[in-house]
Design a protein around this ligand. Structure first.
Ligand code: G6P
Length: 615
């Protein structure tokens, strides 16, 4: 939520900021703004409701000049998306400009105190309060510089923040801080880059420092990078080398990132399995499990926490772990789990699944579980993200940057990692015999090729999209391993096409949703040849008997469902546990093409954000 960029060096800051903001637009896109400090000491400050392009249009070709600047793309929390609430926000005297990602929870109390001291506020934001607070502290003590004043101010703040502050009086420095919202500092040759994630930085340097919670940093052209905690302890910066490739953050000829990411799945799943699934050795290597074998063998229970699409991956994992490892599993929405008083402790393993590794509720859930003594195993896509760093052990999904807001390749990579984990743990606990273990390994290794084959169905799926694009509602059904696929199918469609869609376990249809079925209701059903096939066939008949339109995903060669359904899409045969890696792909393509036909903003659907760092 909200994207932050900053630059300090010798180049012109403005083009860098705009390029960076466009890369970060997936984080929020309801308003954008920049502040650049000119060589004449004047702050050039522009903000606009809408996207970065709206900001540029509003600027009408005026190009701010200067080599220190900050930029922001917003996902509104306090106050509607309009020009006044857009960042950067300025101090009362116009000397300080600040951008912020997160929420200052006690902003109201701070604002009242500041108003009593004569401050005037123009926006509804918590951010404007913070910049005034820093100004107030700066003015109240001559001994404090901006770095110190920011540090002192942050001790008064309750909430989450990643901030960057520019002071007109200090053209050679930029102040940064973070708590619960990510911030990366790129170290170039005589220049510094700042961003919410590494995508705006990778083009210029591979050397980065990830700021930790409650750290304040000063980057200065004369004295380099200095970090302290908000409690004033010195921190030695740790430089990490980025492994990300430039191509991975560009569209590469595709019309949208989402389509590119859908098509990347054969490779991203293969990347995820590579080195871990060792067919030749008859072994699975998962460092996060291998290093804690006793703990996984003795574990009493797994608790999976996640949000959104990652939660759907968690549901499928529940089936896998129960099936392969015979271990009890609970799957929880992180936001519900953290606010209960869950019974959890030593002997429990909490698996946190998060593409971004920054989702606030998931992060809070793992902190709570750690406090209660559970072991936290993190499954993240973004290397170096907060959840990956705060977990005791874990596994990366290696899907590469996912830029489209609707998750696709990150989801299938999560499924691949979870399958590896469940099989590995199943073998470790003796629940899988060697024969089944080997069969599962062979089956899993064949998935990337089967996903590749599904891409050939795109023209066919596009036709189905054309036929159903004007449906006001849609129902997605599945059973067993494919029940979460139905949930994910419905989520994808509603996220990017704004068509109301619901996912249900197929058997539950008769307990309510069946009342909605008529000739205008497309029903998307996963009816692959698995343990539930016959039951799903009955559900299809129930839909057809009420005039509903059935679009079924079937196993190649199926004739029974084909004779009943209005449309069928064939996927290759695979072990029941791995079918979701296949059956989810047609739903992704279908949602994508419906959204394109409805002229929706596929990569940046309204009101959503890729990384939800607010609670
Ligand atoms: C947002 C995104 C979803 C994502 C969810 C959880 O809602 O739009 O695509 O599934 O957050 O995010 P995470 O990064 O924790 O997987």
């Amino acid at each position: 939520m909200c994207g932050i960029v900053g630059y300090l060096g010798e180049k012109e800051a403005f083009p860098l900021l705009i390029k960076g903001l466009k890369r970060l637009e997936y984080r929020g896109y309801d308003s954008a703004g920049i502040a650049v400090l000119g060589d004449d000491g004047k702050l050039q400050h522009h903000r606009r409701k809408g996207k970065v392009d709206d900001l540029l249009a509003h600027m009408e070709g005026r190009v701010p000049s200067g080599s220190l600047g900050i930029g922001h793309t917003r996902w509104a929390t306090h106050g509607p998306p309009n020009d006044v609430n857009a960042h950067p926000h300025l101090s009362g005297d116009g000397q300080l400009a600040l951008i912020h990602n997160g929420i200052i929870e006690n902003y109201h109390a701070l604002k009242e105190t500041l108003v009593a001291r004569g401050h005037t506020f123009y926006s509804d934001t918590d951010t404007e309060v913070l910049v005034h607070l820093i100004e107030e502290i700066l003015k109240s003590s001559e001994d404090l510089d901006l770095f110190e004043a920011t540090r002192v101010a942050l001790n008064e703040v309750v909430g989450a923040y990643a901030i960057a502050v520019v002071d007109v009086a200090r053209p050679g420095e930029l102040i940064l801080a973070r708590k619960s919202s990510p911030l990366v500092i790129g170290i170039g040759d005589g220049e510094f880059f700042v961003a919410s994630d590494a995508t705006p930085i990778i083009e210029y340097t591979k050397n980065v420092v990830y700021l930790e919670d409650e750290e304040v940093a000063k980057v200065s052209l004369s004295s380099g990078l200095k970090i302290r905690t908000i409690k004033n302890h010195r921190v030695t910066p740790v430089i990490t080398e980025l492994e990300m490739a430039m191509e991975s953050i560009e569209k590469g000829g595709y019309e949208h990132f989402m389509l590119k990411e859908i098509h990347e799945q054969p490779r991203s799943i293969a990347d995820c399995l590579r080195g871990r699934l060792r067919l030749g050795h008859g072994a699975i290597r998962m460092a996060g499990i291998d290093d804690h074998q006793q703990m996984w063998t003795d574990a009493q229970r797994l608790i999976i926490v996640a949000c959104g699409t990652s939660w759907h991956a968690g549901l499928i994992a529940e089936y896998m772990f129960e099936d392969f490892a015979r271990i009890p599993v609970e799957v929880e929405y992180a936001s519900e789990f953290r606010y209960r008083n869950p019974v959890i402790g030593e002997g429990d393993i909490l698996i946190a699944i998060s593409q971004s590794g920054e989702t606030a509720d998931t992060l809070a859930a793992i902190r709570m579980a750690k406090e209660k003594g559970a072991h936290v195993f993190g499954i993240c896509n973004v290397v170096g993200s907060s959840i990956s760093r705060e977990s005791h052990s874990g596994a990366y999904t290696h899907a590469g940057p996912e830029i489209g807001v609707a998750s696709t390749k990150a989801f299938t990579a999560q499924l691949a990692v979870l399958a590896l984990c469940a099989i590995r743990v199943g073998r470790l606990r003796g629940a899988l015999d060697e024969q089944r273990f080997n069969r599962l390994m062979v089956d899993l290794s064949g998935i990337p090729e089967k996903v590749e084959a599904l891409m050939q169905l795109e023209p066919e799926i596009e036709k189905i999209a054309e036929e159903f694009k004007n449906a006001p509602n849609a129902l997605f059904l599945g059973r067993g391993y494919n029940f979460p696929v139905a949930l994910e199918g419905a989520l994808k469609l509603k996220e990017i096409s704004y068509i109301h869609a619901e996912g249900y376990p197929a058997a539950e249809m008769k307990h309510g949703p069946i009342a909605l079925i008529d000739e205008n209701m497309p029903v998307f059903i996963v009816a692959t040849k698995d343990a539930h096939y016959d039951k799903v066939v009955s559900n299809i008949q129930e839909v057809k008997a009420r005039g509903g339109k059935v679009i079924a995903i079937v196993t190649a060669g199926d004739s029974e469902v084909k004779s009943m359904a209005d449309k069928t899409i064939e996927v290759h045969r695979a072990d029941d546990a791995f079918v979701p890696l296949l059956s989810t792909i047609p739903f992704q393509l279908l949602s994508y093409h419906i959204a394109v036909k409805l002229e929706r903003n596929v990569d940046q659907p309204r009101n959503l954000a890729k990384s939800v760092t607010v609670e």
